[in-house]
Design a protein around this ligand. Structure first.
Ligand code: BGC
Ligand code: CA
Length: 432
């Protein structure tokens, strides 16, 4: 049966919601807990501000930076449900192991060994994925009630105190699961989520030291995952699991020599839309839920299953979707796939042209550059917004804040920070 993307989203979304049980999030899309409407944005410090993709938070403790998130009444965060996505990545890997149990243990030592590429030890997206994968694989160790997300370095002997050996039994056969190695993939200059660093770590360091012990490659994202896939894993027929469902990773799921193992879509069509839509709503002085949980006059609406609103966090979270060999054809062109029921042109009479300043922390980021930015550029004209995109170097906040010299020229701001701790570096400029 041919399933349309929309049907898939509905089915997938419902399944996920069911599996999640009662989460920590309060509101849900379209429900009565939607935020109250906002007044028309005035000048100066009431201009709408959306933080996106990097949630203002303490990079050591993960605690949300509520000062930045409450900068003004038109400030929100747009991201995705990081915990649900991290757990989904983990269970996807376990399902793959079960389905491939006869060939997964390449050297037959009874241990399913994996290596893990960590994106940014201080970024909650990255932390949630490390935790979700360790939890599902049974390798997680807790400290102070939370799963440790630190890299182990090398753990071929299974003695690390940051992880433990997991165990899995399939068809009466028992295997250990071991995190052989993990590290943060950061350049010497400090850029995180670095794909070439991951590719080199695998093919250069890990594979030469203990290559035949590696049965699975796990990555916090597809940028790093694809670099490891093409540098070593594909050739050695070791499955790689990533996150983001970038178009190259989705295409590799259909590779006929040896396919990519699987990925998670963080529903970028919903996130990119929300990033601009929430700005639009504040600019128009309408309820922030307009065209989101509640259809606008043009018919734009996001289905309840595809996002959540947490009032306490002032955050909108898209729901993640699993992408595997079974369904990848529904995800082949993420940069051009707008949300099916949210792509109608707004009327300029009610939503006049406005100027938006938008930052991207690193011009080299794979997911933001190849998927998110193209989507933003497609939504902007539909929402009558003129986008000025400013890109940083991924290392220094000033590579972006230096380009915010004239906030008075813009009506609204969408901010993607280099470091999640640095919300105030932006709000202090806007507040002037
Ligand atoms: C994505 C990564 C990306 C990062 C940038 C994450 O949500 O999954 O691929 O590098 O955001 O902040
Ligand atoms: Ca093995």
């Amino acid at each position: 049966m041919q399933v349309s993307r929309r049907q898939f989203l509905q089915v997938g979304g419902l399944g996920l919601m069911g599996a999640m049980g009662a989460g920590a999030l309060v509101g849900c899309g379209g429900g009565s807990e939607a935020p109250a409407g906002s007044e028309p944005a005035a000048s100066g410090t009431d201009k709408p501000v959306i933080f996106y993709n990097r949630q203002p938070s303490n990079s050591s403790t993960g605690e949300l930076d509520m000062t930045a998130l409450n900068y003004n009444k038109n400030t929100y965060y747009v991201g995705f449900d990081a915990n649900q996505g991290g757990e989904l990545e983990g269970t996807m890997i376990v399902d793959y192991i079960k389905a491939h149990i006869d060939e997964i243990d390449r050297n037959g030592d009874g241990i399913i060994g994996y290596v893990l590429a960590i994106g940014d030890v201080g970024h909650n997206d990255s932390i949630a994925r490390t935790r979700g994968c360790r939890k599902a694989l049974g390798t997680a160790v807790e400290k102070d009630g939370q799963i440790v997300s630190d890299p182990v370095g090398t753990n071929t002997d299974g003695k690390s105190d940051k992880v433990k050996d997991g165990e899995i039994e399939v068809d009466g056969k028992k295997f250990k699961i071991r995190e052989l190695a993990s590290q943060e993939m950061k350049t010497s200059a400090g850029a995180t989520w670095d794909a070439p660093t991951a590719g080199n770590a695998l093919s250069g360091t890990w594979a030469s030291a203990f290559g035949e012990q590696i049965d699975i490659v796990v990555s916090n994202n597809d940028g790093m995952g694809m670099s490891m896939y093409s540098n070593w894993a594909k050739e050695n027929k070791v499955p790689v699991f990533g996150y983001d469902a970038n178009s190259d990773a989705v295409a590799a799921l259909g590779d006929t020599d040896f396919p990519y193992g699987g990925t998670i879509s963080q529903n970028p069509a919903v996130q990119a839309y929300l990033t601009l839509r929430l700005l639009r709503n504040s600019l128009d002085g309408v309820d922030v839920n307009t065209g989101v949980g509640k259809a606008d006059e043009a018919g734009n609406v996001i289905a309840e299953d595809d996002f959540k609103f947490s009032k306490d966090d002032r955050s909108f979270y898209a729901m993640n979707l699993e992408v595997t060999a079974d369904n990848y054809k529904d995800f082949t062109d993420p940069a051009n796939t707008l949300y099916e029921t949210a792509q109608a042109q707004l009327d300029e009479k009610d939503s006049p042209k406005k100027k938006v300043w938008l930052s991207i922390y690193n011009s080299a980021d794979n997911f933001l550059g190849s998927t998110y930015k193209p989507l933003l550029e497609k939504y902007a004209p539909l929402l009558n917004l003129d986008l000025e995109v400013v890109q940083g170097d991924g290392q220094n906040e000033s590579s972006i804040t230096n380009k915010l010299g004239n906030p008075a020229d813009f009506d609204a701001f969408a901010i993607n920070m280099v470091k999640t701790d640095n919300g105030a570096s932006y709000t202090s400029i806007l507040g002037q």
